[in-house]
Design a binder for this molecule. Sequence first.
Ligand code: BTN
Length: 246
Amino acid sequence: MRLDIRWFPTVTSTMDVAAEAAEAGAGEGLVIVAEEQTAGRGRRGRTWSSPPGAGLYVSFVFRPSLEAGPASLLSILTLAAGVAVRRAITQATGFAPELKWPNDVVVGRRKLAGILAEGVGIGTHAQTVVLGVGINVSRASHPVEIADRATSLEAHLGQPIERESVLEELLVQLPHAYDHLRRGDAGDILRSWRQASGSALGSAVEWTTLDGLRRGTTAGIDDDGALRVRTAAGTERVVAGEVRWL
Ligand code: BTN
């Protein structure tokens, strides 16, 4: 895939810039990279703290064909991005972080990177996915509410890390993982994801449903990317909503 990489010193969110460009007709392979985001966002309306120069803030535009796209396209793409981000970090630094369902790249309980998949026109021939990746590279002052839940490559590894080398690897690994999916080969992604996520097996979790609070023990992910959780009532699939790790 040919990449069209556009760099910006400051944006509200690379998601917005990528979505606007996609709406204006930009093709698959557009990549928006920003030095700083003033309104970086995470899942479920959270903000993604994006101080200048402290991390990588990148969004990719993909236009998966309807035939290649399973019903669970966004879930699988999110897992593929997790695998790609982990590989990129490993290639650039030698360190292999853990993946935590559905979209976190973590060191222990601290978040190192996050992934956000936003779809436009999913299920139509014009379906477009903007896939955002945020990687904390150096120590930065984050708002207090996330400071004790986040870490960075430099904080964890105790040495300077070049953002450019992580970015270079990301620009290789993410399109590569996406290509696997495009060819209908989710097997490699699912295998790699499962190997990288200890917490997907045997961890205590709880989540809220319309019927109330549920508790159980994680039992891996299925081939659609849903989390399987063993509860007193049997094994359930968790596809959306927030799982709390206990
Ligand atoms: C999450 O873990 O909640 C997802 C975080 C995703 C952050 C990235 S940074 C680049 C892109 N632009 C954004 O505003 N968000 C994503």
